[in-house]
Design a protein around this ligand. Sequence first.
Ligand SMILES: [Zn+2]
Length: 461
Amino acid sequence: MGLVVTNTLTRKKEDFVPRDEGKVSMYVCGPTVYGDIHVGNARAMVVFDVIRRYLLWRGFDVTFVRNYTDVDDKIIARAAEEGLSSEEVAFKYSAAFDEVVASLGIAAPDHPVRATEHIPDMVEMIQSLIERGFAYEAGGSVWFAVDKFKDYGKLSGRTLADMRAGERVEPDPNKRQPLDFAVWKAAKPGEPAWDSPWGPGRPGWHIECSAMSMRYLGTGFDIHGGGSDLVFPHHENEIAQAEAATGEKPFVRYWLHNGMVNMGNEKMSKSLGNLVLAKDLVAEVGPQVMRIMAIAGSYRSGVDFGEASLEQATRVSERLDSFRRDAPAGGKLSEEGRQFLNRFTEAMDDDFNTPVALGTMQEIIRRGNTLMGTSGPDDPQLPGLVEALDEITGVLVGPVAHAQAEGGSDSPTAKIEELVEQRDRARKEKDFGRADAIRDQLKQLGVVVEDTPQGTRVVSS
Ligand SMILES: [Zn+2]
């Protein structure tokens, strides 16, 4: 039995067969950086971090790409509100995003990509769409003609007639059809703009994900992830653009969508007043509890972040911490440990069934506590069991588990880990000034680091 995943495109559970054997190419839609993210966004990031960690643990060579939408109407509006430039707003909130996801132990992408750094890729794709008759220029903007793409609606399962009846669409006198969407927007005075064959302007939101995902992962890449609220229109439009531009070769093999977070049964989104910021929740409950809450239900279903879920996740987290404090370190995996790992694999292979995987984690803790209660922490069966627990928490809870067990996120180890991760990210983004500043900070903590092709390595501390 191998891994099966639910593909939104086919609405079925399918065997997961990657494009290239042993490798997984994966793109997840990231934030529009115009404000602090709420817990719903953070849950999506945790879900895809767990999926990525599991695929790595399963032995796949994973390439993970996530974007920052750093030019957008919402950013422009926020810039006017805050008296900043769009660039300043994007910089401020992408840094805030990085900080909150790092605090949750979410590993940085292999390619963190920014829309504003890939305008030529998008312009090229738009040109190809126009040449192939799928897009048209009008008034300095370029529109995608949805009725030219015969499969429009295949992801969301809607017909053009449904969409015409059901959707509120932006009116624009330049559009031929109300459902046509902008791939390039003509510049308005004072807005950020780039030169293009159609005059100064900026890309539409959807085109950035089509262009940047294929730039790094090629056509027909393996997994495209995002929240279920992105299925229509964002991902539907991504498919239309990508497949129209490349001659209708399949864009993505498996579409994975996570459910929304509910607080008191209302969907969390920025348009509602009941948002809870991720950074506030992490500060209040800690990263481990937040991660457990995020995966306590299947990634595809909605999760509740109410009182009861919080209490339950807190109990699981406390049991894990207290077991880690009392139990010995992991050793050679025992037969019993291997059996637990088999059950974990079986659960995760079944469309990443994290509730069952969390259950297996708790069974190991119960078994370990029983052994300790009978013969104390020196029981020879414990290290082989703890080893299995470490493997599982490495996937589900990530690096935050150890940090927390070692005395909260302020412990020196956690602090060093966090700085090393931040420095790797700065180097990846070629922000060498910041990387040097972090190296100095590490030096003050007594840590000397060295750069390797795999990232920052701690050579002495
Ligand atoms: Zn996207």
